[in-house]
Write a protein that binds this ligand. Structure first.
Ligand code: SF4
Length: 345
């Protein structure tokens, strides 16, 4: 049987969720959630931008060319599908959602542009792998698969595993310590490619754009504490024809916000125990295999807070309240069959 970190987590959260997602393979016909969509677009940009560095070309592709190509790729892949989603949302009376979706690819392009201006110019690491699919046997019956965002090597020869994260606000260190998916990637990297990473680099992309500085009644720009960058502040100074020299203290306050708040990179050594991580996966895998191979298996619903964010909650509700579960499945989902998180081979 094959397990992924996500499928194992789904099983532990709710067997019914796992069943819908991995055994029936129900995929939403339309995935509206803008944060999810934005994350996908940004991820594709980064894949294209860094992936071009492992091409076999003798002359490396210039960063500006990789950036332009990556922007073209996201435009080509996402503009039309997102527009169709926006129209569907508007037809369903969700005007605000429709507007947000229409602005999603341009917003992603602005974020990628800002990222490139800050981070894209210099390649201080050599790219070893990008979007690498790895699989590893857990036991003679089970295997685990994962996709690693990026692996690089620094000037001292140390390998680093990267995790690209899009987020409204950068989480505290504790969340990174508990990010077992990345740790699993590191374990698999060593097992499959023989590369032992020195640690993880969390490459954050904050999806909250810098706030527009406020113009006060007296014609000056607000000097209050604000969630913005010096670039945005400078633009506002230019728009209102104000003198930079009068705002030196704002420069000192905002100069490093892009690097520290909007696109921070957090580097951490690996401390977590891979033995415990693999033991948990093996145990979950065995549990799933035993359960689903039983002809009398009935998935248990773990009703609780999980249900608020669950993409199957309408279907689940119909099953619980005597509605037409099968019809809702047909309306909202495409059945893709057994997915990667579970296969009985
Ligand atoms: S709505 Fe709740 S009970 Fe139903 S599948 Fe989702 S998490 Fe499980």
């Amino acid at each position: 049987m094959r397990i992924t970190f996500s499928s194992g987590t789904s099983w532990r959260r709710c067997q019914q969720l796992y069943y819908y997602e991995y055994i029936e393979g129900l995929k939403p016909k339309q995935e509206f959630a803008p944060p999810l969509q934005l994350g996908r677009v940004v991820h594709r940009y980064l894949e294209s931008f860094y992936g071009a560095l492992i091409s076999k070309r003798k002359t490396p592709i210039k960063p500006s060319t990789r950036h332009a190509n990556a922007l073209m790729r996201i435009d080509h892949e996402f503009t039309e599908p997102t527009r169709q989603l926006a129209v569907a949302a508007q037809v369903a009376g969700e005007d605000e959602l429709g507007k947000e979706l229409l602005g999603l690819v341009p917003k992603a392009a602005r974020l990628c542009q800002a990222y490139f201006e800050l981070r894209g110019g210099s390649d201080e690491h050599r790219v070893l792998l990008c979007e690498e699919y790895v699989k590893f046997p857990l036991t003679d019956k089970d295997e685990v698969v994962a996709v690693i965002d990026l692996v690089t090597q620094d000037e001292a020869g140390n390998a680093w595993i990267w995790e690209h994260k899009t987020t409204k606000n950068v989480p505290m260190q504790g969340r990174r310590l508990r990010d077992l998916q990345t740790i699993l990637g590191a374990v698999l990297l060593e097992e499959v490619h023989g590369v032992k990473p020195a640690g993880v680099i969390w490459n954050y992309f904050r999806t909250q754009e810098p706030a527009e500085p406020r113009l006060l009644k007296d014609g000056t720009l607000s000097r209050a504490k604000q969630d913005t960058t010096w670039k945005a502040y400078e633009r506002a100074l230019a728009t209102h024809q104000l003198d930079h020299a009068d705002y030196k203290e704002m420069y000192h306050l905002l100069a490093d916000k892009e690097e520290k708040v909007f696109f921070p990179r957090m580097q951490m050594q690996l401390f977590q125990s891979e033995a415990v991580l693999l033991r948990d996966l093996i145990s979950t895998c065995g549990e799933i295999r035993a359960a689903v191979s039983d002809p009398g298996f009935v998935p248990v619903r773990n009703i609780g807070q999980n249900c608020d964010w669950c993409r199957y909650n309408k279907v689940c509700e119909a099953a619980l309240l005597g509605g037409d579960e099968a019809e809702l499945k047909r309306m909202l989902f495409v059945a893709k069959g057994v997915r990667d998180g579970y296969s009985a081979d």
